[in-house]
Design a protein around this ligand. Structure first.
Ligand code: TXA
Ligand code: MG
Length: 390
């Protein structure tokens, strides 16, 4: 066990004197956890293979899983890559600094120890000002995966990092809770058509607007089959995993269609049930249907003696009742109509259920467009693709 220093940093008053020790640790081959706008990262010098090895050891992560090199300014890209294709240039101009990682062909100075043996390198310029200043002061690109133990939900606060990394790394920079809450979008520009390897806050819709044709790695949209080889090696692990078993409840296309006919018999029937039974009379029919099914599955599991956690939204919170002597914990992830609030709280809620010792989680599903795609990607992975369609 080493002693882990924790340094509190005020985002509105970032002083170099508070970051110089972190920069020195990084230059000397040590590990520093730091905030970014997406999740906390666990940083090491990206050009130092020995330092990269320490990251894998601290996380307990398979070392074939490549790391993202974080930079502080655009001029740091050129030395790390073979070339910057047109799509890469456009992406950098539009979305850096920000929650976007770009995969390029790597140059000779990037060690295979950082790229998990690949000839490509993932690069990201975070917008978080603490991250940016720390990287600039370190003077080297900083390799950083999320600062969690492998298999645990990504950390969105310094306390999460502390839980997982205390005693394993030299320093944690505490810059408060992160903004976005899910990891960066990853886009590979090494082929003719850019490919999204991981959805995030820079959405598919935004990428298509900017680049025209964009493909999506099949490992994102469905369960992994043994014959699939996801281009981001990290996507093959069960990742983002809570300790509990988990199931997601989603509306089927058929139900969605029926709900669209506002004057139809189906909607009228649901509205009648809401009027008769719902705790919140203004709940939307689609939200009510989800809540009913989630509650049913959760009650069944709790009845069997399992410790159950329910993930709901502010819109449906009133429909769940926590009592009857059964273990039945309910947490809202945020406002369904504002998906950024859901992304922001997602990993915190999964961690909370871990801490409560929950063994079965039932979660409401979300849209699969815009930011919903990133949210559903993380949730379906956490659930091992167990989805109930109603
Ligand atoms: O938001 C983020 O990206 C956070 C913060 C700390 O910046 N970092 C992060 O890193 O999520 P990590 O290591 O948890 O996820 C990196 C993902 C993995 O799935 C990995 O396989 C993929 O990026 N990746 C890295 N380099 C790659 C490469 N050269 N080719 C394909 N995938 C790559
Ligand atoms: Mg991670």
């Amino acid at each position: 066990m080493m002693e882990t220093k924790r340094i509190l940093i005020d985002k509105n008053d970032i002083r170099d004197e508070d970051l110089l020790e972190a920069a020195r640790i990084l230059r000397e081959g040590g590990l520093v956890a730091f905030p970014t706008e997406t999740v906390y990262g666990l940083g090491a010098n990206a050009l130092d293979e020995e330092a990269a090895k320490k990251i894998y050891a601290a996380k307990g992560r398979p070392s074939d899983n490549p790391l993202i090199a974080h930079i502080a300014s655009i001029d740091q890209v050129k030395p790390l890559v073979k070339e910057i294709p047109e799509a890469g240039r456009k992406l950098m101009e539009a979305y850096w600094p920000g929650p976007l990682t770009i995969i390029f062909w790597k140059s000779g100075i990037v060690p295979y120890g950082t790229t998990g043996g690949l000839d490509t390198v993932a690069i990201r310029m975070p917008s978080d000002r603490i991250a940016n200043r720390m990287i600039a002061l370190a003077g080297v690109p900083v390799a950083a995966p999320s600062a969690n133990l492998s298999g645990r939900p990504s950390p969105t606060t310094a306390d999460h990092v502390w839980e997982d990394m205390n005693g394993r790394i030299e320093m944690i920079l505490d810059g408060g809770p992160v903004g976005i809450g899910v990891e960066s979008t990853i886009v590979d520009v090494t082929e003719d058509v850019p490919v999204v390897l991981r959805p995030g806050a820079i959405t598919m819709e935004m990428l298509k607007d900017l680049l025209g044709e964009v493909k999506i790695d099949p490992a994102i949209t469905g369960p992994m089959r043994p014959d699939m080889h996801p281009k981001a090696p990290g996507m093959k692990y069960r990742h983002y995993a809570p300790k509990a078993d988990m199931v997601l409840v989603e509306l089927s296309d058929e139900t969605r269609e029926k709900l669209e006919d506002k004057e139809g018999a189906f909607v009228k029937e649901v509205e009648q049930r809401i009027a008769d039974q719902a705790k919140c009379p203004s709940i939307r029919p689609e939200d009510y249907l989800l809540a009913l099914e989630v509650d049913k599955l959760a009650e069944e599991a709790a009845g069997k003696g399992l410790k159950v956690g329910v993930i709901c939204t502010d819109e449906t919170r009133s429909e769940y009742v926590e009592d009857d002597g059964l273990f039945y914990a309910v947490r809202s992830m945020g406002i369904r109509a504002k998906e950024e609030t859901i992304a922001h709280n997602l990993y915190r809620v999964l961690r909370e259920f871990d801490d409560l010792g929950v063994d079965y989680i039932v979660s409401e599903g979300f849209s699969r467009t815009q930011l919903g795609q990133a949210i559903m990607n993380r949730l379906t992975k956490a659930a091992g693709h167990k989805i109930v369609k109603i």
